[in-house]
Write a protein that binds this ligand. Structure first.
Ligand code: ADP
Length: 254
């Protein structure tokens, strides 16, 4: 399996985000401007060819691009917003089940087979449960995007070395080419078509897992599939003042 090691400093990631942000938002804004201006010009000129269907076309384009801006700013806010972080005692099983229920419809629609393996008696972890759900949903959505219909998705959780909880999301999708592996956590890196991907999903996950004091690793083999693993320190480990041990050879976020 291809593996990559990524150690990105949070501040530098934010710096990259800030500079890329203007560029990413400017494109859809420019498109909105062109469509709106054109529509106004045609209305003012009393253009008789401008029927309802065409007006709808203009408005749809404006809406699509507005939604794209909204997704980008929404993700960015999530990435940088720290104040609303809560410290819950999290039962990972519950979070996984809730996350899966949010995407179940999409899985059925794409006829994706789901396997859930959550070990009994997992230790609790401490952090923001909703944010952890956001990470898992994000990873599952990426997995779903990588699979044609009838793929296989495995979500598992187990105790790791008695100190951490390991959550894995494995898909049988198209995998990740070697040259993309070291860019995956870069803000705005996406291989998805415009309107589908913002390239902020994994960088947001990165920020959240960092706040948990955990790490996130990605392991992929082109045309076979991808596994993303999150390790979160168990509550008792945190109480004992230890963090998650970094494993040699794994991509890791600290
Ligand atoms: P986005 O999903 O908006 O593109 P992400 O930051 O979540 O942004 O992902 C960045 C890129 O990483 C994706 O565009 C895709 O190329 C790659 N990627 C992430 N997860 C997977 C996966 N499970 N399988 C294949 N490629 C993936």
């Amino acid at each position: 399996m291809e593996e990559t090691m990524i150690q990105t400093d949070k501040l530098s990631a934010l710096g990259i985000m800030a500079s890329s942000f203007a560029h990413e938002v400017n494109n859809p804004l420019a498109t909105i401007n062109v469509y709106a201006e054109d529509l106004i010009d045609r209305i003012q000129a009393g253009d008789e060819d401008l029927d309802e269907e065409e007006m709808e076309h203009y408005l749809r384009k404006i809406k699509e691009n507005t939604e794209r801006c909204k997704r980008i700013t929404g993700n960015l806010l999530n990435f940088s917003r720290k104040n609303d972080w809560t410290e819950d005692q999290i039962r990972v099983k519950e979070i996984i089940e809730n996350s899966v229920s949010l995407v179940e419809h999409q899985l059925k629609k794409q006829r994706i087979q789901l396997e859930l393996h959550v070990d009994r008696g997992l230790p609790a972890v401490i952090g923001d449960g909703l944010k952890l759900m956001q990470v898992i949903v994000n990873l599952i959505n990426n997995a779903v995007d990588a699979m044609e219909s009838e793929g296989k998705l495995i979500v598992s959780a187990s105790e790791s070395n008695g100190e951490a909880v390991s959550i894995k999301v494995t898909d049988s999708g198209h995998g990740i080419p070697a040259e993309a592996m070291d860019k995956l956590f870069d803000p705005f890196f996406t291989t998805k078509p415009i309107g589908k991907g913002t390239g902020l999903g994994l960088s947001v996950c990165y920020g959240i897992i960092q706040q948990f004091g955990g790490n996130i690793t990605i392991d992929s083999k082109p045309s076979e599939g991808t596994t993303v693993e999150i390790q979160l320190p168990a509550e008792r480990t945190l109480k004992a003042g230890q963090g998650v041990e970094n494993q040699a050879g794994k991509s890791e976020i600290t």
